[in-house]
Design a protein around this ligand. Sequence first.
Ligand code: DGY
Length: 326
Amino acid sequence: MPTVYVTRPLPPPGTDPLREAGLDVRQHARDRPPTGEELLDGVRGADALLCLLTERVDAAVLAAAPRLRIVANLAVGHDNIDIPAATARGVVVTNTPDVLTEATADLTFALLLAAARRLVEGDRLVRSGRWDGWSPTQLLGQPVAGRTLGIVGMGAIGTAVARRARGFGMSVLYHNRNPAPAAAEVAARLVTLDELLRRADVVTLHAPLTDDTRHLIDAAALGRMRPTTVLVNTARGPLVDEAALVAALAAGRLAGAGLDVFEREPAIAEGLAALDNVVLAPHVGSATTQSRGDMVRLACRNVTEVLAGRAPVTPLNPQVLEGRDR
Ligand code: DGY
């Protein structure tokens, strides 16, 4: 019976689809990432690995698992997996695109509105008992409706954010390596990163983390934004130089930020938590019961398909499948 190593307890349906397919499931029982040693122990002898973005699946992990046929990541992002190393070993890698698009776009808009309208500052004020009533000068934020949104990375999530922005009467600029097919549908205009940073009232990040996008938003990029601009990041923390962001927010060179992801999760940059003009969320973009359930079902399906000798639904290195007996 093929064995699947699952690196964490999962939300419903959990590992039921794997067990129903007759697979032997070994699961890390604690709700924290396995240590490096635990991960190596877990994959040894496994035919499939169902892992999270918190696990670094590198050449050493792959080498410890000579029987491995698939690494199924429970995330759309896959910067935690060395895909060339997996491909070299003939291991299929899959992710969970699409099923989390709307949930992540919703959270992006929640952070955008909360940061622009200083919602968390207001919540703290009311709770503190220090609020002494309506004031015409209190907690003045940035307008959203009718303003310009700049989307960096116009994939499925960026496009879903653009659709929401149209509902707010926003003009949409985007920056992408290639023109996005869906851009016309949301009346989004392709511009350089420089123009986007200079013109957008809200900049939102939806690019994958690669060597090219690490610190895409560094001190120089932050310097191109205006003091009224709001930055939102629900993609990957290392897209932003977090120390430079703290400096820009502290100096009032940026109006605010809404962050769901951080450079060194779960740690955050020194000084960030003390700032009033930032809204912080614990990487919960896809955290709805619907979205997480769909992610689990898709990751399990990818595992069961590959172990049954069929193609997975969402392969990242389809070249591994070529020439394989199906
Ligand atoms: C992803 O899927 O990449 C998110 O960061 C977590 O759902």
